[in-house]
Design a protein around this ligand. Structure first.
Ligand code: HXC
Length: 257
């Protein structure tokens, strides 16, 4: 499949999608979101891929949803929009999805990064939810995922006053997991993705499912799910192999089953 708004590549077992609308600071229009979802879904069902990564450019991960595309939309057009419809598909991906973020990461761009399982940023990354300046509010997780990540105080500050976070602040507040200089953040993100892609795939997708459940359940429900998933993994060849390899002091060879 050929794409107009993204660049798709692989590096070993890592599937990479680069947002590629540089003239619009990678603003997310309907076509870009549809392509992004299609490319990620293809990686998700490809056994040769173990981890996926979204990135932008050094200057902009994404400056938000495409304001020019939305500007004159009616409420019904927004309800039916391809740009908004694509987001649920991201939550259905089984394999880990990393965001490598540099430069502007605003509005829908910040929400896209937060829809990923982990964010690795360059020191020049700027995170913000500036929708209030446009007479709207975040519409794809800004009020929900951001609040769960950084807490009410910082989330309110960002969403109500358009406070922007530096990479250092984002790290301190728990929004991102690693920071590196702009020259090396992408290499670091690819390195982390490659490490994950080399782990036993069934355990990896199960771990992702269990951590994500922590956002949507009570502690007791989450603990019950975790116990069920943990014990279920004893039905896999990879569990037998992993534990045998430990006892035999050798590297494990994963079968993905
Ligand atoms: C459409 C955008 C855009 C956007 C930038 N551009 N952001 N076009 N939608 N979100 C375009 C500009 O119009 C301009 O086009 C070109 O990209 C370069 O932008 P500049 O402003 O000249 O660049 P710069 O001075 O470097 O400033 C970068 C910026 C600024 C700080 C990112 O562009 C900006 O504030 N953008 C808007 C950020 C924002 O409000 N995001 C929230 C969107 S609402 P021309 O043609 O003039 O060269 C949202 C809701 C999400 O995300 C809802 C759920 C998905």
């Amino acid at each position: 499949m050929s794409y107009e708004n993204i660049l798709v590549s692989t590096e070993g077992r890592v599937g990479i999608v680069q947002l590629n609308r540089p003239a619009a600071r990678n603003a997310l229009n309907g076509a870009l979101m549809a392509e992004l979802v299609a490319a990620l879904a293809a990686f998700d069902s490809d056994a040769a891929i173990g981890c996926m990564l979204i990135t932008g450019s050094d200057k902009a991960f994404a400056a938000g949803a495409d304001i020019k595309q939305m500007a004159t939309a009616t409420v019904v057009e927004m309800m039916d929009s391809e740009m908004l419809g694509a987001w649920d598909a991201l939550t259905r991906l089984h394999k880990p999805l990393l965001a490598a973020v540099s430069g502007w990461c605003l509005g829908g761009g910040c929400e896209l990064a937060m829809a990923c399982d982990m964010i690795i940023a360059s020191e020049s990354a700027i995170f913000g939810q500036p929708e209030i300046n446009l007479g709207v509010i975040p519409g794809a997780g800004g009020t929900q995922r951001l609040t769960r990540a950084v807490g009410k105080a910082i989330a309110m500050d960002m969403i109500l006053s358009d406070r922007r976070l530096s990479a250092g602040e984002a790290m301190r507040f728990g929004l991102i997991s690693r920071v590196a200089p702009v020259e090396t953040y992408l290499a670091l993100a690819l390195e982390v993705a490659a490490v994950i892609a080399a782990k036993p795939p069934v355990a990896v997708r199960t771990a992702k499912e269990a951590v994500n459940a922590a956002y949507e359940s009570t502690l007791a429900e989450g603990m019950r799910l975790e116990r069920r998933l943990f014990t279920l993994l004893f039905a896999t060849d990879d569990q037998k192999e992993g534990m045998a390899a430990f006892a035999e002091k050798r590297a494990a060879t994963w079968q993905g089953r």
